[in-house]
Design a protein around this ligand. Sequence first.
Ligand SMILES: [Zn+2]
Length: 383
Amino acid sequence: MYKKLLLLPALLCAALTLSAQAPNTEVKAAAGETHAIHQGSYTPSFAVDGSHRRVRNVILLIGDGMGVGAVNAAMYANGGELTMTKLRTVGFVRTQSADNFTTDSAASGTAYATGQKTNNGYLGMNPAKEVIPNIPEILAPLGYACGVLSTDDLNGATPAAFFAHQPARGMKDEIWADLPGSSLLFASAGTQATFEGLPFATQEEIRRRYTVVYDPDDDDANDSERLLYLPKTVTLDRGDYLPATTEMAIEYLSERSRKGFFLMVEGARIDKCEHANDFPGAVSETLDFDKAIEAAVRFAERDGHTLVIISADHETGATILSKAEPGTGYARGIFASKGHTPMMVPLFAYGPRSREFAGTQENSDVARKILQILTGKKYLENK
Ligand SMILES: [Zn+2]
């Protein structure tokens, strides 16, 4: 009894010290489990993978929050296979932003879109708040057709980094207002309701520049010069929106490019599930993202001149796979955080020149390499 009384204040003190030091985004360990339905995967031929053939098209797929933990969890829950883990070029990406060791999606999205690191929250601007050009703005004048699609709203940080220039990611109306002046021929993301909630003048400006459709099979979509496809929903009840719209975007951009195309596809909701420490959600969102990857890799296989790059803007949740039974789809995971972490994220690549993405690189290096491969010119020196 005497010893216990002495121990109690000591324990309380230790607990208080720990909670005082820990940022409020950290949780001790939140666990969850899932029973995934096996969806298979696709293995390409690797005939031109890693070759020095000319690259006409680049498809960059960004899994928001998709760290090694999310990839492991989805892979083992899916019988040990994913299309992305079947690819032979693998690397790592460091994600730190200009002003923060742990990035947000705006700074990392900007690094992927422009080849330059910036401060958290900034979109298409450097730390001095100067506008910096994004990949579509550099490639469109050269004859490339460019597009983005996401399971976030179009003003979400990752898609916005590829067309907007704003000092704060929360400036929703201003971000949408940047769309009509952008270099995108194709955009699809959330949602009809988001669009209709914009100031009327912004909607009008967008309609002047883009054919806006709510249905992918709308006849106006085929005849359009520039297309904005707004689904009803981008949340879990969206069906096969992400893989199907990836196919749609590839077809749309292929038909409208003289030189080739650049497409960014974001699986946005892996991050959102990890913030909520929702393990089954993180697994199913990563599996859905892998279906979009499959669509891109299948096209690359048919085309032979397409480079596919898959990575993430940052890790979220300190997501850990703790147990799995690949034969049954059972997987159990633990989250050690409710926020972003500074850990490196995996990168997978397929197609000609894919080997240039092997090894460890900065998120900004990925954009520089894409631009160098497509334009043949060195874009910005590595800092
Ligand atoms: Zn996040």
